[in-house]
Design a protein around this ligand. Structure first.
Ligand code: NSS
Length: 425
């Protein structure tokens, strides 16, 4: 079993160590072989001098290829010429699996890299992205535990649409039509009655016909729902949660590799809140024609968010722009809802709202929107048996990660991105 990782050897200068990993790079210079070893924690240079090592080990090292798995033994020494300032003076070199010629060359195209994602995910950049993805969830769980939210596990196979029929993936469920979940929200709403404050992390599915840099067909959805909270209360939860997620990344991994500073991830709360009407004015001033009533699409959000440095809320969207389950404001024209938008062109990372808790109002809204109530009878029951004010939201993990790591495309935030054009590998 491997017991030592590259990140552990910084404080082992002058000690003999044994490391296991993969060949990241390899070259020969002045009769010395240099192999850069990679493991899950980083890279380290191994220098192999013919005179300090048995012939067998030297031959192994000379023949080794990129991405071969290896075991090395040697002394840790400081050397400013090494990529990380320390290196291993090798005394033993064993090839565990001699890799065939690795198909990824410098300058490989994006589509090709996605075709062989099972190999390209070994890159240092993707490794860091995956660690940050894990960290943002760790930051979320830290916040959720400290604030007494209950984790629940809703189903992925559903019979009722949450976000409208146009982006549903349907499936044959023993002869009946069922769908892959777009959101756990409706189930989470039922769980607030026993547990009051609940959350879930589930994959959500959207048959998105749009090819933008921020749409996936499958994404990780972190959703919260709470009884006794109104639209304002839930916005406070949203910003505290996101702040905790960002803080975790800045503390444990850093963002230098992504051209960001640690301080960028310390959010200044409360975040700015602007009304939909104000957002519309900003967008219109930038020459984009958008009418009151439309939801903000990719282009509109891009224009708007370029005006901001930190995430911010847009609240009180028009009824025609959003979904039937939201609570109508007294103005009769808008919903008590808010989206959280990431700055600098990134756009929406959270969609949330207070929910309609009155049976009559909800039924009327569904009728006006042409929603067939039949599959929602259980949902309407929530308003029949002890209805309470409640609110919730959904956060797209890859959307947040995309902003944190300044990624060009959302697929870079996934181990195996699922988009309109890609379901393999
Ligand atoms: O459609 S949302 O805006 N809202 C809901 O699904 C609510 N039912 C959630 C709730 O209140 N529990 O999606 C929420 C977030 C959105 O802000 C994005 O961050 C993300 O989910 N999202 C996506 N991420 C990646 N790809 C796609 N296609 C996508 N769609 C939404």
């Amino acid at each position: 079993m491997k017991t030592l990782y590259i990140e552990d050897i910084n404080d082992r200068i002058d000690e003999e160590v044994e490391l296991f990993g993969w060949v990241y790079r390899q070259r020969e210079h002045g009769g010395v072989l240099f192999v850069v070893l990679r493991d899950s924690t980083g890279i380290i240079q191994i220098s192999i001098h013919k005179n300090n090592i048995d012939l067998n080990s030297f031959n192994n090292a000379q023949k080794v290829t990129i991405e071969s798995s290896i075991r090395v033994k040697g002394k840790v020494v400081e050397d400013s010429r090494a990529p990380t300032g320390i290196e291993i003076k090798c005394s033993e070199f064993e090839t565990i699996n001699l890799a065939e010629e690795f198909p990824i060359q410098e300058g490989a195209g994006k589509e090709f890299l996605l075709d062989i994602r099972h190999l390209s995910l070994r890159s240092l950049k993707l490794t860091e992205i995956m660690k940050n993805k894990e960290l943002i969830m760790r930051g979320a769980r830290r916040y959720l535990q400290e604030n007494n939210w209950h984790e629940v596990f809703p189903p992925i196979i559903t019979s009722a649409a949450c976000e409208g029929g146009t982006t549903l993936f349907s499936m044959d469920y023993y002869g009946k039509e069922a769908y892959l979940s777009q959101s756990a929200q409706l189930y989470l709403e039922t769980a607030i009655f026993p547990l009051e404050k609940v959350y879930s992390l589930t994959p959500s599915f959207r048959a998105e016909k749009s090819r933008t840099r921020r749409h996936l067909s499958e994404y990780q959805h972190l959703e919260l729902e709470a009884a006794w909270m109104d639209a304002k209360d839930i916005m406070k939860v949203e910003e505290e949660l996101v702040a905790s997620m960002c803080k975790e990344v800045s503390e444990y991994n850093g963002l230098e590799k992504f051209g960001r500073k640690k301080e960028d991830m310390i959010l200044d709360l409360p975040l700015q809140r602007i009304k939909y009407d104000e957002a519309l004015q900003i967008i219109q001033k930038k020459g984009i024609a958008i009418e009151w009533g439309s939801d903000l699409g990719y282009e509109e959000e891009k224009a708007l968010t370029n005006e901001f440095e930190e995430p911010f809320f847009v609240y009180d969207y028009p009824i025609e722009a959003k979904v039937f389950y939201m609570k109508q404001n007294p103005d009769g024209k808008t919903y008590a809802c808010a989206d959280l938008l990431a700055p600098k062109g990134f756009g929406e990372i959270i969609g949330g709202s207070q929910r309609e808790d009155d049976l009559q109002a909800l039924e009327t809204r569904m009728e006006l929107d042409g929603v067939d109530k039949t599959p929602y009878q259980w949902y309407l029951d929530m308003r029949r048996y002890g209805s309470v004010i409640h609110s919730g939201f959904g956060l797209g993990i890859e959307r947040l990660l995309m902003w944190i790591c300044d990624l060009e495309h959302i697929r870079d935030a996934c181990l195996y991105p699922r988009t309109m054009s890609r379901v393999e590998p």
